[in-house]
Design a binder for this molecule. Structure first.
Ligand code: FES
Length: 117
């Protein structure tokens, strides 16, 4: 059995990122209508390029609807439970550099607490 490499916080992944990629085809709003898939791909590539991916570090996963669609596109970072609303790849770069690399939450991109579906 291989040895686990927990992050500095003792978790298997120091940051586990979930991107909503829900794509509603019934005309209702959803994150995929706002470039979520492209920014997910960009985030995966950036995390890998920065050498941040893997056990003890960062994992970026696809997710279905996280039920906060009004703030979409949406991502959640655990175990911190921090939620972000982003617009473009520059926002993703800032989240990767500040939060995932240096542990500093990007306050300006936080999803307001009252945003739901
Ligand atoms: S469609 Fe993305 S949070 Fe619901």
């Amino acid at each position: 059995m291989s040895e686990q490499t927990p992050g500095s916080n003792g978790q298997y992944y120091e940051h586990h990122v979930f991107f909503c990629l829900n794509d509603r085809v019934n005309g209702e709003n959803s994150c995929a209508h706002h470039g979520a898939k492209e920014m997910f791909d960009h985030c995966k590539a950036r995390v890998k390029a920065e050498g941040l991916s893997g056990p003890g570090k960062v994992r970026v996963n696809k997710a279905g609807c996280l039920d906060r669609c009004a703030g979409g596109p949406i991502m959640a970072v655990y175990p911190e439970g921090v939620w972000y609303t982003f617009i473009d790849n520059d926002d993703i770069d800032e989240i990767v550099e500040s939060h995932l690399k240096n542990g500093q939450v990007v306050e300006r991109l936080l999803t307001p607490p009252d945003v739901g579906r």
